[in-house]
Design a binder for this molecule. Structure first.
Ligand code: SF4
Length: 453
């Protein structure tokens, strides 16, 4: 969890020609890509109403802080961001996950003007209207077709559902965001089509539980589109852009998605939060999937789509995790040979059921396990990337700098995975270009190469 877009860091794409007499709002967006999508929606609505979006505290009539409350460290970061916004601007509206705990915020920062919880867009907008009323102007009230985007123009997050029906003991998201609530497929596809029409080359599908998409809608078919992850992936895959799936749980029907990846309809990339591998740890976590079959499942996926990239996150030092359970996880990782891996040290989070579990793991042991886990993950990653030297890969250009073009292969999601750098003959490139590259060098996480087409 990190601060992604302080007003002074944000680079929203604001259409030119705005009039100067409009009220101005700043946004600090914290937390995960899902929160970023929420920030984009709020900004889109404000922009549609004629507000200007400021890129600094001083130039804003008010600042919205979209908070994260997933871990205690994220809560602390949110409180710090609120403090900074109060000091720098003074008029602060708090929203997002931590907004579900207004008393906690008010206790530390009584001067915030309003607090709203996750998904309460209307309340955020009402508060902005009260504090800095809009000045209607037909020339600036037009909504730009893609909305205000905090991500670069060539890729966009696409939120397909909110909430989760599971009850993992370490997680308070279901309490904060409620049960699964999917957006009907026709609306998701409409949004995706609009994004593609406006230059987006890569769609990053996000939700709390992507595999469960449409369950709450009974996978109904409305407007010719069935709300099921298989159908949605297929429909999005027909738009001719990269489609990347995040937060996919290894339910049996996930195997139906693999042929779509083998045919390059969607990217051969699965982001699956396994969290652990030992059956007893998973049981204590109350995770939806048992690990015993996942190795077998991974093997089957790789048979159908040998190029598939598997990314996952894990928690080490979960209460009661024994040395034997941890070693089991390391052995599992060695066997699973995942391409991309993230790892958190377990933290007690206020309101999580896991806080009550016995045998909490001491911090120094958590650190030790984290280091051992990451060392194994690095070893696997560097071996895998070394094998890519000499091969050709498809990449998308993210940024062109003075001395290098920063790209990503199909195996790399923005912000969380590695990069491929082009150091020679790159001056003609621009963000969003799709290229074929011959890889000539590798490090633990990144690649280097030259364009061959
Ligand atoms: S699946 Fe578990 S970890 Fe993921 S959002 Fe749901 S409850 Fe939280």
């Amino acid at each position: 969890m990190k601060i992604q877009h302080r007003p002074d860091l944000a680079n929203p794409q604001i259409p030119s020609g705005l009039k100067n007499n409009q009220p101005t709002v700043g946004m600090v967006s914290l937390g995960c890509p899902k929160a970023l999508v929420d920030s984009e929606r709020i900004l889109t609505r404000l922009r549609a109403e004629g507000y200007r979006i400021s890129s600094d505290y001083a130039g804003s009539n008010a600042v919205i802080v979209n908070t994260c409350g997933f871990l205690d460290s994220a809560k602390a970061e949110s409180l710090e961001a609120i403090e900074e916004a109060l000091a720098e601007n003074g008029k602060v509206i708090v929203t997002g996950c931590l907004g579900a705990e207004p008393d906690y915020i008010k206790e530390r920062h009584p001067k915030v003007l309003a607090i709203t919880g996750p998904q309460q867009y209307e309340d955020v907008l009402d508060t902005v209207h009260q504090i800095v009323p809009p000045k209607p102007d037909p020339f600036v009230d037009l909504l730009p077709p893609t909305g205000i985007k905090l991500t670069p123009r060539h890729y966009s997050y696409l939120k397909i559902s909110e909430g989760c029906n599971h009850k993992c003991k370490f997680c308070i998201i279901p309490k904060m965001r409620g049960r699964l609530s999917s957006r009907p497929a026709r609306y998701v596809i409409k949004e995706a089509e609009r994004l593609v029409e406006n230059g987006v080359k890569e769609l990053l599908v996000i939700s709390q539980d992507t595999s469960a998409y449409g369950l709450d809608l009974k996978h109904s078919t409305l407007g010719g589109h069935r709300s099921h992850i298989y159908d949605l992936a297929k429909d999005l895959g027909s738009l001719g852009v990269w489609v990347r799936l995040h937060y996919v749980y290894p339910y049996p029907h996930v195997r139906d998605l693999i042929p779509l990846m083998a045919e390059q309809k969607i990217l051969p990339y699965l982001d699956i939060p396994f969290q652990h591998a030992h059956p007893k740890t998973l049981k204590r976590m109350a995770r939806p999937a048992a690990a015993s079959r996942t190795l077998h499942e991974i093997e089957k996926w790789r048979k159908v789509c040998p190029d598939i990239t598997l990314r996952s996150t894990f928690i080490v030092g979960y209460p009661g995790e024994t040395e034997e359970e941890f070693t089991f996880l390391l052995d599992w990782l060695e066997e699973a040979q995942l391409d991309r891996v993230g790892c958190f040290q377990y933290e007690n989070v206020k309101g999580a059921r896991s806080n009550l579990l016995l045998n909490q793991v001491p911090n120094d042991l958590k650190q030790d396990r984290w280091e051992r886990f990451m060392s194994k993950a690095n070893e696997i990653s560097s071996q895998k990337l070394e094998r890519k030297v000499g091969t050709t890969v498809k990449v998308i250009v993210d940024q062109v700098e003075e001395d290098t073009a920063i790209c990503r292969t199909q195996a790399d999601a923005p912000e969380i995975d590695g990069n491929l750098f082009i150091d020679k003959n790159f001056s003609h490139l621009k963000p969003g270009d799709l290229l074929t590259i011959k890889v000539d060098e590798a490090s633990d996480y990144d690649l280097w190469g030259v364009e061959i087409s």
